[in-house]
Design a binder for this molecule. Sequence first.
Ligand code: NAP
Length: 425
Amino acid sequence: MIDIAANLYEIGEMPPLAHVPPKMYAWVIRPERYGEPLDSFKVEVVDVPEPGDDEALVYVMAAGVNYNGLWAGRGKPVDVIAQRRKNGDQNSFQICGTDASAIVYKVGRKVSNLKVGDRLVVYGSQWDADCPHVLEGGDPVQSRTYKVWGYETNWGSFAQFSVVQAHQCLPKPAHLTWEEAAAYMASGVCAYRMLHHWSENAVRPDDVVLIWGGGGGVGCMAIQIAKEAGAIPVAVISDDRKIEFCLKLGAAGCINRTHFDHWGKLPPIDDREANDLWLRGSNRESKAGALGFRRAIWKIVGDRRNPQIVIEHPGEDTLPTSMFVCATGGMVVICAGTTGYRATTDLRYVWMQQKRLQGSHAADDIDAANCNALALSKRLDPCLSRTFTWDDLPQAHQLMADNHHPPGNMSVLVGSPRPGLGLGE
Ligand code: NAP
């Protein structure tokens, strides 16, 4: 029997609609625990936050797992708690979580697009609506006020309640469970923007699209979105067991990167031997270099065609190859530097072949709505790989930290008491 005036509800015990208790459970990161996920996350009871005028308080049913919880918990590359405190925030803790399926419990005074009881997915972009750049029609992701919810802001989805800006909320696909619906927005909107936002190089039918980490969160979304646009996705993987997964999503073929050994920074320009090794590899058959990698793309495409778009996120290990194989006039679009930020490139390929290196971050409302439209019409599979209980949230992050997580996207149950719930309107 649920106590309708309770101060605190247990995990999976849903408060009556619109009854907001004063306290909630949350997985909390504090600077004194910075480190790997098994150490940095700890469950605490904290105050339920109050939504502002253009915000909503949502009850989190399930939360998606992504790297933001990892970076925040390490305090690197950015100490997000210190940064928030520098900007005047009193709270010396962080509640992460940049992906959620949720139910609206309270709306701010100026919110007109939501009502209590709405079932949502939430995407992770926040900005100040009064920012002059935004008011003048500028890209909100380029606003000085832009922040990633549940990373650069507090009150993410690893808690029973979360505060979100109303524009972040989109309808939950009725055919998805809570945990499926929580899995795809963070990686999906990012992949959508990478492929569609940069208009001169936006994906077109028949384009070859090279996708690093085809079995990963961004990768599995990019394969589907590229295929949906009529392009030819070529996925890179490190384990042949991911081949079937990528092919089912629409990849034309997969390249196993462990058959190559030219990764990392480029050798010095005057070291002929090292440059030859980079191009040809240490063994043409078993360990090929950049030329062999390009041949592997051609073999899949069935033609000597280079990728018009390269979906980059490993960074330091792969950028030299991405820039090398990218087609003349094509785009390497990058959303992260998971293996390192100080990547190298041979600029001759960039200017002579007029390639574009495009940074891409998160999404705006249009990217997010377009991405969610694919999910609503069953053309984007969330690729939920594994559902974790609330208690196992740090383990889910640790798997990701060790690159031992299964292909696809992972979710953690928060308000939903068990997997398989949430279907229907
Ligand atoms: P993920 O699920 O872990 O996938 C990343 C994939 O990269 C892995 O599956 C792995 O596949 C591959 N990989 C690992 N090490 C590699 C290496 N040395 N060389 C080439 N490939 C390597 O992670 P994700 O969710 O896709 O996120 C990827 C990155 O994008 C993270 O840094 C994340 O923070 C970032 N991200 C950014 C945004 C944004 O808006 N800016 C949004 C979402 C994610 P194989 O081992 O099979 O090759």
